[in-house]
Design a protein around this ligand. Structure first.
Ligand code: G3P
Ligand code: CA
Length: 262
């Protein structure tokens, strides 16, 4: 495949910290991202949702029940209300309070790591009717992350399981690369000829384990491959052998070490 998201010959897969270094720190918090970037991750992955007052916030689920003592629906809460929650103490290795992170704060952090890419995944885009995609494009533009670096590498990548969201985002900000994420049940089905205008296909590791030949198939169609979530050493090895371009992992430090060992 062409484009700056494809590996060059002889390169090892690049490592994306899934929800930050979320194996060791609470997912989607500042401390998880600071550690991922300090560990040398090539990119970070982040899930975003829109709050009642129109801010983008880094929260995976539609409500906070999995990561906080208090249950709040994200779309029915203001950013200020969400900011009062503790989404850190639940994590058994961390056990310290952390507030939820606004996307803006994450993008500020990314600015300090010019080699790292932000893989931003929109959740429930259909409900918000295009507002999430427009707001994401605006935030990326505000931080100058919507343009490639001088040597042509993109700084930010948009991802979604929703074809509609990927398509809408492509109309708003066609210069920002897009990933079509695919669950196991749909991952092995062919993409239509026009590839939805995407640059990258994002299968789960289950798909790659079951049908490893798909990596070559997608590469031949000009698509780079982003595989998630790859923590097991055997899976890291498989992705490396197949030439997967990007791997998402909850443990960036140890995955980087495995990817780059001989
Ligand atoms: O990186 C893609 C992956 O994060 C998709 O699944 O549920 O973890 O957002 P999920
Ligand atoms: Ca995600």
């Amino acid at each position: 495949p062409s484009g700056d998201l494809a590996l060059r010959p002889g390169e090892n897969p690049r490592v994306v910290a899934h929800r930050g270094a979320s194996g060791d720190y609470p997912e989607l918090t500042l401390v998880a991202y600071e550690n991922a970037l300090a560990q040398g991750a090539d990119g970070i992955e982040c899930d975003i949702r829109m709050t009642l007052d129109g801010h983008l916030v880094c929260i995976h689920d539609s409500d906070t029940s999995r990561v906080s003592e208090e249950t709040r629906k994200v779309r029915l809460s203001t950013l200020a209300e969400l900011k009062t929650l503790d989404v850190g103490s639940w994590h058994l290795r961390h056990r310290k309070p952390e507030p939820p992170l606004a996307l803006r704060e994450l993008l500020e952090l990314i600015e300090a790591y010019p080699q790292a890419r932000a893989f931003i995944e929109t959740k429930h885009p259909v409900v918000a009717g295009g507002r999430v995609e427009r707001a994401l494009a605006e935030e990326l533009r505000y931080f100058g992350l919507d343009r490639p670096r001088s040597h042509g590498e993109s700084r930010a990548v948009m991802m979604s399981f929703s074809i509609l969201a990927v398509h809408r985002f492509g109309q708003i900000a066609p210069q920002i690369p897009r990933v079509q994420l695919r669950h196991y049940r749909t991952g092995a089905k062919p993409l239509p000829a026009e590839n939805y205008g995407i640059q990258v296909v994002g299968p789960s590791i289950d798909t790659i384990r079951a049908k490893p030949f798909l990596v070559e198939h997608w590469h031949q169609r000009g698509l780079a491959v982003y595989c998630w979530t790859v923590d097991d050493p055997a899976d890291v090895e498989l992705c490396k052998r197949l030439g997967v371009d990007w791997i998402g992992t909850n443990f960036p430090a140890r995955t980087l070490a495995r990817v780059n060992e001989d």
